[in-house]
Design a protein around this ligand. Structure first.
Ligand code: CU
Length: 342
């Protein structure tokens, strides 16, 4: 007996070390992630996001108590167990009361977690009601389509503070996932199926959205901007977006309008109020009013737009816009025109 027990005790020590190592890794990862500058779900500014944070904090709290309790008992047992003499160590077997207790405690914890999750999920997931717009995921950009209002606002959406934002979710090709971390949970964009998400944005500001389902090579450059403004500003934004494209004024921009109508951009892009009617690429009617280019791959500045028009395949390899070789003069005219489309 004694001979058998010796190696067993020795074997259990590395296991304690492994648990400790795993815990250290988890803590280090948590600290590293907390330092990240990307949008954090913990800095929620939306109704659904707040519910999720509440749930996360409760679960974290309950599990932290469990973890600390287990570790405390473990340390206590190791320390006292070492001091005890061999003959005193006896196995506990067939103790009904202890078995009931250590089955009941986890059962209660799991039940509490289950009910908490159900209650909060139910609060987030209200029945669908009239969506303001449809978000269509595409490789690798966002086609935000305000069908009832008659305009599209690719890669950038506005919403009114304090008002319910309600979105239908679709995909034109593969599975993507719509996610604005500071507003709430993610929802998959599935080809051939309409999903739905809604929440109330609670604070004005700009929030980064991203695709959270791997969808191909440029998945990492599939982001968008979610802008929360006052209800008055929202109404003004909608009215501006509904207007057809502005007529160009500067000489270069006027030339640019002719160029864009003659070099094939219209097979993929639409500009309302002109002959360009393509639907494969982003609608450019109000391109100049947006702050990003190509799903936020670049900030929208004339220099960056020139880079994009000269070499979309260099900026965003394998994206669905081909390089269109044009003389520099025409490229600059295109930039002048597109930037005027506020
Ligand atoms: Cu995607």
């Amino acid at each position: 007996m004694t001979a058998n027990r010796q190696p067993e005790t020795r074997r259990s020590r590395p296991r304690v070390a492994t648990t400790g190592l795993a815990a250290a890794v988890v803590v280090a990862a948590a600290i590293l992630l907390a330092g990240c500058d990307s949008p954090s779900i913990l800095r929620s500014e939306g109704s659904a996001g707040n519910e999720i944070v509440t749930l996360a904090v409760w679960i974290f709290g309950i599990l932290a108590v469990v973890l600390i309790t287990v570790w405390a008992i473990l340390v206590f047992v190791i320390v006292t167990g070492r001091r005890r003499r061999e003959e005193d160590a006896s196995q506990t077997k067939g103790n009904l009361r202890i078995e009931i207790i250590w089955t009941a405690i986890p059962a209660v914890i799991v039940t509490v977690l289950f009910i908490l999750t159900l209650v909060i999920t139910d609060r987030i997931d209200m029945p669908a009601r009239g969506a303001q717009f449809t978000a269509v995921g595409r490789q690798w950009w966002w086609d935000f389509d305000y069908r009832e209002l008659g305009f599209k606002s690719p890669n950038e959406i506005y919403a009114a503070e304090g008002r319910r934002t309600s979105i239908d979710i679709e995909s034109a090709d593969v599975i993507h996932s719509f996610w604005v971390p500071q507003m709430g949970g993610k929802i998959d964009m599935i080809p051939g199926h309409v999903n739905h998400i809604h929440f109330v944005p609670l604070k004005t500001g700009e929030y980064l959205g991203e695709c959270s389902e791997f969808c191909g090579v440029q998945h990492g450059k599939m982001r968008f901007l979610f802008v929360v403004v006052t209800p008055e500003e929202y109404t003004a934004w909608v009215e501006r977006q509904q207007k057809p494209a502005a007529e160009p004024t500067g000489a270069a921009a006027v030339a640019g309008k002719k160029v864009i109508g003659s070099v094939g951009c219209g097979s993929c892009h639409a500009i309302r109020g002109t002959a360009l009617k393509g639907t494969f690429g982003p609608d450019l009617t109000h391109f100049g009013s947006r702050s990003g280019i190509a799903a936020y791959t670049l900030r929208n500045t004339p220099e960056n737009l020139l880079r994009w028009i000269q070499d979309p395949q260099g900026v965003k390899p394998e994206c669905n816009m081909p390089n269109v070789p044009l003389p520099l003069q025409q490229q600059k005219e295109l930039v002048a025109y597109l930037e005027e489309l506020k």
